[in-house]
Design a protein around this ligand. Structure first.
Ligand code: SF4
Length: 409
């Protein structure tokens, strides 16, 4: 399929929207009420720190909702306002945050059902319906299907994600294989790879080293294909399709790792073909999203401080939140990834997600005495959720203090 031509024709369709409907004023009040927090503003104004009792909170200097997410949520609210009586569907979670998705459900915005095989059932969508595409986009096949149905499409895809799609289009046009640094099952990477020609999705530096070693020294083709099963385009052949490569990324991966992977491929192709030939074998555009970069940089700065523990708030399926948790784990700071304040309590208990593992319940997670708690949140997390978490921490510590003073007396 000529994906570029399809996108052009979709963008000119009268059923396709990617801007608001002029209801910004009406929805701003609701959005502020549901997602903003005075406590967080107070902490920001106070140099990103706040003390209460024996708890000192240190907040990352960049955290929470990025502008791409804010924009997507506002567009979804405007869509409801514009089409009050129509049935509205979402192809996926608008962003990876349970409270935002729950609020949309409460506004009768429904999710496309998924069958037992994990396939979305688009047969529920009627011509008169409205379908919202989430911030991390949708595959070109889904867009085509919806376009053919003639339904209205509100596309909230973040422009940073579209920028990556444009990069893989350029790779395809020049006959380069796109090396996508990302998670092959993540919705954004699924969408990006649908715009690519030949592609290979690489999760981390270790996998990149394996591929680069294959480029330089060859290897076991079957082993290669098994290792990257489900992570490459149909018919991909490592012996043929790694001669010309272009770098792309899922926008929420660790920025430093994306850069390292890009440099590794550049060095490898330079060694294989020589510096004069590099331009014929390697292509790279800067597609790292600013918001991801800022949140990760702020996290690196925060973990430089003396912290007793970290709380990382964000959806469990949120890739950028997981990257923030990875940073604090690398520093061996006790770090708890939770998706809402409901995970804290009753009492001094937390239910948190261990990195690359499952949920775990921990009793007495907040130690006695004065503590410094670092807090950050992923790009899909409203300030309100972070402030609820902070208040719970204050409450637990205040109750502990009260209890110990009663015991002493
Ligand atoms: S993290 Fe970046 S790419 Fe993702 S929605 Fe936010 S601004 Fe857009």
């Amino acid at each position: 399929m000529d994906t570029k031509a399809f996108k052009r024709s979709l963008h000119s369709s009268e059923h396709y929207y990617r801007k608001g409907f002029g209801h910004a004023k009406e929805v701003t009040g609701t959005l502020d009420f549901e997602y903003q927090s005075d406590l967080i503003q107070q902490i920001r104004n106070n140099g990103y720190t706040l003390q209460s009792g024996d708890v000192t909170i240190r907040l990352a200097e960049a955290f929470g909702f990025c502008w791409g997410v804010e924009r997507a949520v506002a567009l979804a609210y405007e869509t409801r306002q514009q089409f009050p009586n129509e049935r509205i569907w979402l192809t996926n979670e608008i962003i990876h945050n349970p409270s935002v998705n729950q609020n949309l459900r409460a506004m009768q915005v429904e999710f496309i059902p998924v069958n037992d095989q994990g396939q979305k059932d688009f047969s529920v969508v009627a011509t008169e319906d409205v379908v919202i595409l989430p911030a991390f986009g949708a595959s070109v096949q889904e867009m085509q299907l919806l376009n053919e149905k003639g339904c209205k499409i509100m596309d909230t895809t973040c422009p940073w994600v579209s920028k990556v799609w444009n990069s893989v289009e350029k790779h395809k046009k020049a006959n380069y294989t796109s090396i996508i640094h990302g998670k092959y099952k993540h919705e954004e990477t699924i969408a990006t790879s649908s715009f690519a020609g030949k592609y290979l999705v690489i999760l981390n530096l270790q996998q990149a080293e394996y591929v680069c070693n294959y480029i330089l020294n060859g290897g076991d083709r079957e082993e290669f294909l098994n290792k990257f099963a489900h992570a490459h385009s149909l018919g991909f052949d490592p012996d043929i399709d790694l001669v010309r490569v272009g770098i792309a990324n899922q926008t929420t991966m660790l920025k430093g790792e994306t850069e390292q992977i890009g440099k590794l491929f550049e060095r490898t192709l330079m060694r294989k073909y020589g510096p004069q030939e590099l331009n014929n074998h390697f292509l790279s555009f800067n597609t790292i999203c600013d918001a991801t970069q800022e949140r990760q940089d702020a996290m690196y700065k925060l973990v430089e401080q003396k912290l007793d523990l970290m709380v990382v708030v964000g959806g469990f399926n949120s890739s950028n939140t997981t990257q923030l948790q990875t940073i604090s784990k690398e520093r061996s700071i006790p770090s708890y990834h939770i998706d809402s304040a409901e995970r804290i309590g009753p009492g001094n208990r937390i239910e948190h997600k261990k990195l690359h593992s499952c949920l775990e319940v921990l009793e007495d997670w907040l130690p006695s005495g004065p503590i410094v708690v670092g807090i950050t949140s992923g790009a899909s997390t409203p300030d309100k959720v972070v402030s609820d978490v902070i208040e719970k921490i204050f409450d637990i510590k205040a109750a502990k203090q009260k209890c110990s003073s009663v015991n002493v007396n």
